[in-house]
Design a binder for this molecule. Structure first.
Ligand SMILES: C[S@@+](CC[C@H](N)C(=O)[O-])C[C@H]1O[C@@H](n2cnc3c(N)ncnc32)[C@H](O)[C@@H]1O
Length: 282
């Protein structure tokens, strides 16, 4: 087959498993042949064969089984930085970048010289590592329970060459450690899907670890834990920014208004309430 024929074949194979077959076909061509879009058309009459074509077929086969494209490529972009992802870790989502924006705004406005940042439930490390890259004078502590996620964090710390992070294997339900410096900022995108809803998620999302999704019966277990075992226990005012799920805005605001006078909700680019942030009162 020529590259042009292969490209058409790929588009056709992907059309039933994604809303953006041309974007994903482009990603797979780059992954398998090192081609950007222009190169696909320039090379469209040349014949394609060999191992790269075999790789493309394998990738298409995986995608048709609803394996997320990021798992197939082994990478994802977050805040313009590259992160290694794969089976066993949540794929970073664009709306989570709001946590980084809010942390950066707070640190800039407050003028704290050497901020201490906690990132709870770090997953791939995308939030904490992005903050650490953008603020080399900050100290960022990442807390994660899953062994497989911790492996990805290790790789992403190396890939992004950050030296101002420390990673802890930790169950956040055990509460805050008194041995670490107190945080100025606490960010988290914890699991927040109500348990009964997990079965109804899109097939791609169901390929992600349940531990990254399951927020307990009402989806709010982690928010109660962060409020009670972290923010209430920390003996200084902390700026917090936490992502939450659809329809959780009122409950989350109620929970955090008891520890903060200025808790407010931020919407994502689809105008959905997505993040709560504020300062704790001490
Ligand atoms: C929704 S994912 C978010 C990952 C990452 N922060 C992101 O935004 O891509 C939640 C993460 O919390 C971790 N997690 C689940 N239960 C935990 C616990 N009890 N203590 C610490 N981390 C936990 C999961 O393994 C998962 O990596």
């Amino acid at each position: 087959m020529t590259y042009g024929e292969l490209y058409k074949f790929t588009l056709n194979e992907l059309k039933d498993c994604t809303d953006s077959p041309s974007v994903e076909a482009g990603m797979l061509f780059r992954h398998c042949f090192g081609f950007d879009r222009v190169k696909i058309s320039v090379n469209s009459d040349k014949s394609a064969d060999g191992e790269a074509v075999e790789l493309l077929y394998k990738c298409i086969c995986k995608r048709k089984k609803f394996i997320p494209i990021q798992y197939i490529l082994g990478e994802s972009i977050f805040y313009d930085f590259d992160f290694i992802v794969g089976d066993g870790v949540l794929i970073p989502r664009p709306e989570t970048e709001i946590l980084v924006d809010e942390a950066l705004n707070f640190i800039k406005e407050s003028g704290i010289a050497n901020p201490v940042v906690y990132d709870l439930c770090s997953g791939s490390g995308c939030v904490g590592i992005s903050i650490a890259r953008l603020l080399p004078y900050a100290k960022v502590y990442l807390f994660e329970k899953s062994d497989s996620a911790l492996e990805f964090i290790k790789q992403n710390v190396e890939l992004n060459q950050v030296t101002n992070v420390q990673v802890f294997k930790c169950d956040i339900f055990d509460g805050v450690s008194s041995e670490l410096p107190l945080p100025d900022v606490l960010v988290s995108n914890p699991p927040y899907i109500p348990r009964a809803d997990i079965e109804t998620l899109q097939p791609e999302v169901k390929k992600e670890p349940v531990m990254a999704l399951d927020g307990g019966d009402d989806g709010l277990d982690f928010y109660r834990c962060i409020r009670n075992k972290w923010l209430s226990e920390i003996n200084t005012s902390v700026f917090f920014a936490l992502e939450f799920g659809i329809y959780q805005s009122d409950d989350v605001l109620k929970l955090f208004s008891s520890v903060s006078d200025d808790a407010r909700i931020i919407k994502d680019f689809n105008c959905i309430d997505r993040v709560i942030c504020g300062n704790t009162v001490k």
